[in-house]
Ligand binder design. Sequence first.
Ligand code: SF4
Length: 169
Amino acid sequence: MLQKTQTQNLTGTHINYYHICQRKLWLFHHGITMEAESVLVQLGRLMHEESYQRDQKEIPAFEGIKLDRITSDNVIHEVKKSNKLEDAHVWQLKYYLYVLKKQGIWPLSGRLEYPKLRKTLDITLNAEDEKEIGRIICAINDFLKQPQPPKIKKMKICRKCAYFEYCWA
Ligand code: SF4
């Protein structure tokens, strides 16, 4: 029997979407994916591929997390194109640190990188964060049991969301 705080079947994207829009989280989890059609998502991928070629060590995805890169100073780097959803990015990266710590891969810290903005943000994981991530995992596991997605909620971010056509057409 799965414990509620288990991360099985959850990914960094779940944690990210939880902080952006719960409808988006539900659609993504249930395999309704529009990501391939989004120019913004394609741009994000391109930046991952082209902006940080040096000093790079590819890490295979595991435990639902896919790291952009890790450097020899034990820093996990996560590249994003805009900092408009910074809170979601921070928790996604903290989740990566949380999963790796649970696997005994520690000490580590994180760095959010916004190459277009020439901005970086250093991220750590403390005991309070771990408690909060446990709470978030429980909330997501409960939420995803709902048979239907939550109703559409008009937000500023909808226009740039990969599900815009799906929600608003
Ligand atoms: S378009 Fe808006 S309501 Fe629909 S999933 Fe995206 S953010 Fe959520």
